[in-house]
Ligand binder design. Structure first.
Ligand code: FNR
Length: 384
């Protein structure tokens, strides 16, 4: 087993172990992938102020997101097909998040169902992400299932009513369950532990959806199925309708523009996530870390602001927090951990990020994450 010291090590291991169709699904963005790359790259020019001779004893990264206690201000992002990165992936990731004390968000497009995750974590509360699909009755039932499963927040994704094209998925013929073509079988068999585990995963296809949406049992290719089911007419009236139906904490995901941020505030959400879907939708959109300060300036006093996109280290978490994000979400960083080593890999990803966050905060002269603000950053290296 190689020595794992950072998220990139987990990525390399995941690439070796996860069948190619599913590794590529995670490690890709839409079209030219310019936004996917910018999400990570745009953290780099932002610099910290190095402070010295300040006591660095008794440090704490504990904070809150939407009023819930978190061991550090990091949540696991909703990621579709997580159970195809590793058999039972959603349950394993939710367990690792529970043990660490951070929120886990289950995607509508998960392999394990809402009920599987609830049972697998001893009914520990998690967050549930909703996509607006055409069948509103189905959404109502999903919301009821999330409530019954003790979910403590609903994350409503607004940036995927139509789907950005990812070349690799089309070329690989991505589907869930994987189509048993000769190249797929050969690829699965060449990664025996992971491939066979995934083929034998106890749910065929999407756990939340199979048997619920108009008898969809055989889903064909993922993008074809999604184009048929996702609702291109999604608008702010739907947000209001879902808020009323749910009645609990609501987080709106996929906000990049200050005008939309104001509409999110008007919709009465508890938080918004500055996000471009990990560079998987609008190729050419600004990176999230660059969009963040403008959103904070526009509505930071009115709503809690979260962000995601390109977070691969505790340093990234600290920069986002300094620029006004109450919390950040990690997508690929935990997915690589899961693909590399299952539940232990997700725990490893969280430990790595926590350690980096804790030490970097100290190097900046702070011992409590809740005192971190823009003053830890070097003026001129970030855009207000
Ligand atoms: C996602 N994302 C996503 N978002 C969502 O609301 N529902 C979903 O089902 C998915 N599925 C999904 C699959 C994969 C493979 C990835 C990589 C991402 C977006 C996700 O929640 C988050 O916005 C990004 O992953 C954040 O960027 P990083 O951390 O992956 O760079």
């Amino acid at each position: 087993m190689p020595i794992i010291t950072n998220i990139e090590d987990l990525r390399v291991l995941a690439q070796q172990r996860v069948p190619r169709m599913f590794y590529d699904y995670a490690d890709s963005g839409s079209w030219t992938e310019s936004t996917y790359r910018a999400n990570e790259a745009d953290f780099q020019p932002i610099k910290f102020r190095q402070r010295v001779a300040i006591s660095m004893d008794n440090r704490s990264t504990r904070s809150t997101m939407i009023g819930q206690d978190v061991a550090m201000p990091v949540a696991l992002a909703p990621v579709g097909l997580t159970g195809m990165q590793h058999a039972d992936g959603e349950i394993l990731a939710a367990r690792a998040a529970k043990a660490f004390g951070v929120p886990f968000t289950l995607s509508t497009m998960s392999i394990c169902s809402i009920e599987d995750v609830a049972a697998g974590t001893g009914n520990h509360p998690f967050w549930f992400q909703v996509y607006v699909i055409r069948d509103r009755g189905f959404i109502e039932r999903l919301i009821e299932r999330a409530r019954a499963a003790n979910c403590s927040a609903l994350v409503l994704t607004l940036d995927l009513q139509i789907i950005g094209q990812r070349h690799k998925d089309l070329k690989n013929g991505l589907s869930a369950p994987p189509k048993l073509t000769l190249p797929n079988i050969i690829n699965m068999m060449s990664k025996p532990r992971w491939g066979i585990g995934m083929l034998g995963t106890r749910r065929r296809g999407f756990g939340n959806i199979v048997g619920h949406v108009g008898g969809v049992e055989d889903m064909g290719s993922l993008s074809e199925w999604s184009s048929k089911q996702f609702d291109p007419t999604l608008n702010w009236n739907d947000v209001e309708w879902i808020k009323k139906r749910w009645g609990g904490k609501l987080i709106l995901k996929g906000i990049q523009d200050p005008e939309d941020a104001r509409l999110a505030v008007n919709a009465g959400a508890d938080a918004l996530i500055v996000s471009n879907h990990g560079g998987r939708q609008l190729d050419g959109a600004e990176s999230s870390i660059r969009a963040l300060p403008r959103i904070v300036e526009a509505v930071g006093k009115d709503i809690e602001i979260h962000m995601d996109g390109g977070v691969r280290s505790g340093q990234d978490v600290l920069k986002a927090r300094a620029l006004g994000a109450r919390g950040v979400y990690i997508g690929r960083a935990f997915i690589y951990g899961l693909g590399a080593m299952g539940e232990a890999g997700v725990s490893k990803a969280l430990e790595i990020i926590h350690k980096e966050l804790d030490l970097t905060m100290a190097f900046c002269g702070r011992t409590d994450i809740n005192t971190v603000d823009q003053s830890i950053l070097l003026p001129g290296t970030y855009s207000p």
